[in-house]
Design a protein around this ligand. Sequence first.
Ligand code: ATP
Length: 834
Amino acid sequence: MMDERRESRIPRSGIPGAGVPAPTAKPLETSRTANVAPTASGPLGKRKADATDAAPDNKRPTFSSGAGARPTRSNTTGGAGGRTTSLQGATSARTGPSAGVGGSELGPIAEETWDDIRDKTGQGVDDVLNKKLSFPKGTKPERKVEAFVPLVKELKALGRHLHSSSQRLELDVEQWKRHSAELSTAAEAERKEWNAKQEEVAAQMTQIRELLEMQEQQNKQLEADVKAGEESLAAKEAALAAVQGKLEGVQGEVDRTTKALEEREAKIREMEDVVRTGQKYSTTLQSYNTSLQADLTAEKARRDEVQKAKDELQGQAAELGGKVRSLEQLLAYEREQVTKLREEREAATRDLAMLRADLDNTRQERERAVADAAKAKEDMERLRAVGGKSLETLEALNNDKATMEAQLSMQIKTIASMREELAGAKEGRAMADAMADSRAAQITELKAQVESLQSSLADAEKRVYAGELIRRKLHNIIQDLKGNIRVYCRVRPVSAAEAADPAHDSEMSLDFPTSGDLLGRGLSVVVPGNLTGQAPQKHQFAFDRVFSPGTGQEMVFDEISELVQSALDGHKVCIFAYGQTGSGKTYTMLGSRDQPGVIPRAMQQIFTSGQKLAAQDWRFNMQASMLEIYNEDIRDLLSRKKDDGKKHNVTHDSNGVTNVSDMTMVDVNRPEAVEQLLAQAMEKRTVGCTHLNEQSSRSHMVFTMRIEGDNTATGAKVSGVLNLIDLAGSERVKESGATGQRLKEAQAINKSLSALGDVIMALANKQEHVPFRNSKLTYLLQPCLGGDSKTLMFLNVAPTREFAHESMCSLRFGSKVNACEINVPKKNVVVPRG
Ligand SMILES: Nc1ncnc2c1ncn2[C@@H]1O[C@H](COP(=O)(O)OP(=O)(O)OP(=O)(O)O)[C@@H](O)[C@H]1O
């Protein structure tokens, strides 16, 4: 700062005495501060004196540091003395070794550079130049000269400094000139280039101007168009405003429609999702179905094989049974023989004993006779000896002896023959014993054979039963997968009254296949011809199962027990009986005390299974309700009052569970409780005598059981519903002979059944609208018919020709129902997390 301040005092016109013109003060400063490079304020711009910044740059001149290099202090450092510029300094310099007097004496003094002096004394150029020395009077000239020496040195140094600065400046100027010439050349080239570019730009400008003119013309045209457009727009806007009003009105409608549409679309999307999922599921199910079908076919083949084996075994068993019977007869005969022989042997033994006794007697008698003869001989001898005995006595004695001897020989013969007989009897007994033993061995062997045959028969029967169970399960699975309503057709037997009634055509109109694919599934009906000449016609039908008249209640229930079971597994199950009046619906669903039907058996099964499942920590809570639909009114059959007068409404919740308002729900936990409820309900149910059925149901009866189960160990929950429905029978009003109240009932029944027919048709034809709401019955059955319930219909049919037309109608209806697809039944199970 100090330097700058001082140096600024250098006159701009130049340094007097330096002889170097200073173009401006700046070059001087430059030489002072950086004598190797022009300062930033110089014409060449700022340049660092740093050697690393010496990169060649064509546009900037480079300066050699040699010529302008500032001498280093060591080069210039002289002795310590002679550096002061003041008198006081001169005084101190006097002690220096170089102190001398006069100009010649200045030569040997080491020359200080101006920079050293300036640094040391802090003087500027002006200070030195303007320095004046004054001496007191009488100062000796030598002293004065001495005093002038430092000033001279300073001036010399300044002179040298200015000289070298001027040289450097000259060099700089030289370089500057060179650079300037280079720049001029470059500038000239650039100017030429620039001129060329300018010309180019001018040409472009001309083009642009032309374009602009064209654009302007177009703009004008456009403006005119816009104006015309604006006018027509204004006109249109006016028209639009008029339409706008109308449009706003329509818009509201459109908005509403759009909203409805969006809702519909959302629903459609939802449905599509459901359909897609369903399709995926269906594909999976189809493949599963195919594999099940294959399994079923294999199972059927196995069943057929087993059946064949069973038949063979049964044949063998029958044959063996015959053999066993004949052997048993033989055995009985042999036993009889053995008994007889035993008796004979005992009789022979008894005879022998008697003979032995006789023999002993005879022996004794003979011995006695021999003794008597010996005595008589002795007597005779004695008489002869005495000489006086008569000849007659002797002869008599001889005769006695002869008789006795004859008797003896006869007895000996008898004994011999008796001995022979005894030996023969003994032989016969031994033979009989041996025969009896061999027969007994044969019988044991045969018994073992029979037992083994019976056990293999039992095995075969077990296998047949197991195969049958598998078939039934597979059938049920397939039914579930198909999602169809199952139809089991049941044909009742001809009643005694029908058989006895001469006016009743009690010939069978139905026929059942005895073999082949439709065995147990098919039936044909012959519709008799009529007076108009129409020939009798035979129609074939096939259902999921057909029960011929001989089928008992147990077997029928056996076929649906799986379905009932699934209510306990959390499914909605619906079983209903349909058919003409008197065809056996109530018999099938309720049965009698001796022959209980589906409802009591289902209850029994559910309670038994529930108890079994208790071992696996399941607890069930069951509630029952019963209602009838009579003349389109719902009545609570479990209400204590005869007619509670309540209006009952049917609703279905989002899970497809049906609720009927104000119904009596009874907790049931044992089958007997259900029996009581059934008895109570049956007393209340509307039943009447008709021409066709003594105890005809005049209403549709619905028994509902809700089953809630939870597993105390796993926390799983199930919720199932079992709907068991006994529909009122369809009837031809004319033939039923109904009048008055019965006629009204019949009409209501027929109306609701025809509504059921409409619903079935709509479902079978996959119509968009299904008229569930057309009757209380169809609305109540909606989840069973159109939902995800497992549904089965008993199609009850009367067997005789009398009812052939009604049977035809029922069978056709059954086929339609069988074709109805409902959703794949789903289980209501909550499985706890983790
Ligand atoms: N499978 C069967 N075996 C023996 N008897 C039967 C069978 N089916 C029905 N019956 C008898 O036939 C008669 C009529 O049966 P049921 O009352 O069950 O008919 P329904 O279809 O319910 O008639 P409705 O519609 O008039 O009520 C009854 O006496 C019943 O015992």
